[in-house]
Design a protein. Sequence first.
Length: 408
Amino acid sequence: MSEGPGQGPDTVPPAGSGEDGSGRVRPDLRVVGRHGDDPDRSAAGEVSGGGDWPPDAAGSTGAAGLAADGLTSDGAAAPPHGPPGAGIFSLEGRPAPGLYVAAWLLAVVGIGLFVVAGAAASSASASNPVGPAGVALFFGAFTVLTVSLASAAGYQVLARADRRADRYRGPSPLILLGIVIFGVTVVVGLLSAAGLIAPESQSIGALVDVALTTLAYLAAIWLFVVRTHALDWPAMGWPAGWRIPPGRFAGDLMSGVAMMVPTYFVTILVGGVIASLLGAQLPGVLPAPRTPIDTVATVLAAVVIAPIGEESFFRGLALTAWWRDLGLRSALLRATVFFAIVHILNVTASNAGDGLRMAALQFIVILPVGYVLGWLFSQRGIVASIAGHMTFNGISVVLLLTAATIQR
């Protein structure tokens, strides 16, 4: 990626151009967008360290290599030599040892509660169902694990504060995903237990779940990434000032649609061949709508809300974070696999063999989708990737509605 004059990876903007109002320079020091068609923003430079948005910040030493001065590629001191993982349980040199210990202890407690709850559930039967105590154990396990991961995320923010300005300084996207999954599980369980979400329609239930998950994605990004100044929204592909020129907006929309329409049909064709070889079928993600309200709920969940949440997290956060540390190629591959793995978590089957085949098929089908969405994001930003995601899901919903209509 090209860099503007005087805007190398380590360039710090002049006073007032990259500060947060308290005199502290934000860590995301780079140009955060392509503003060729926006003279105001182009003139200002939106300097945060490099030319086009987002720049390739892997550096000349490589993502995990050591520079000649004995520093790692993120600007921190090189770790001591020793067996892999030797320093995991050491508190030496840690900026917040208490937080680090709390995260590990809570993780052990949460896993222990989960094991006990799982043992109780495995011994349950129709005549002896899981009682309130067993349900409480599950809720307790998910709650403790959520707090554990939140502590780990907070620790990583402190531990990575000394990284070079062009590196990602926030918590791992994997930790934030765990916070989202466990946190949403707790919230949905509590709301269901209180009788606040017990819809008779599966489509409305899916809408509630997708909406809560999207809110959790955005909340996790805001709390652990934006508020800690690890990244701001423009650095994650969103238009600066939440404004985008109409021409640019139209171009992003058309790019997303143009890329994802052929991607969808190629994916379906290849997926059909692989499905026949594996003797499996893709799991049904969305329930078939039965009423007009179900149809509206399905469209909102799959075509509008889910793409915004998933693109904000998997492209805006995860891809950007890994791009800064690894470079585009490695980050794009990692984000693609990450996206595909997450989409097999909801695979359910009657036996392990069918489950493995369905998971393999789902993984293979989602891989090219995630790659194309990541490529769109890297070229044009998050508006284009959201448009592409909406297009892909929109085609799926249209086919689902058509099949439901034919079956009536």
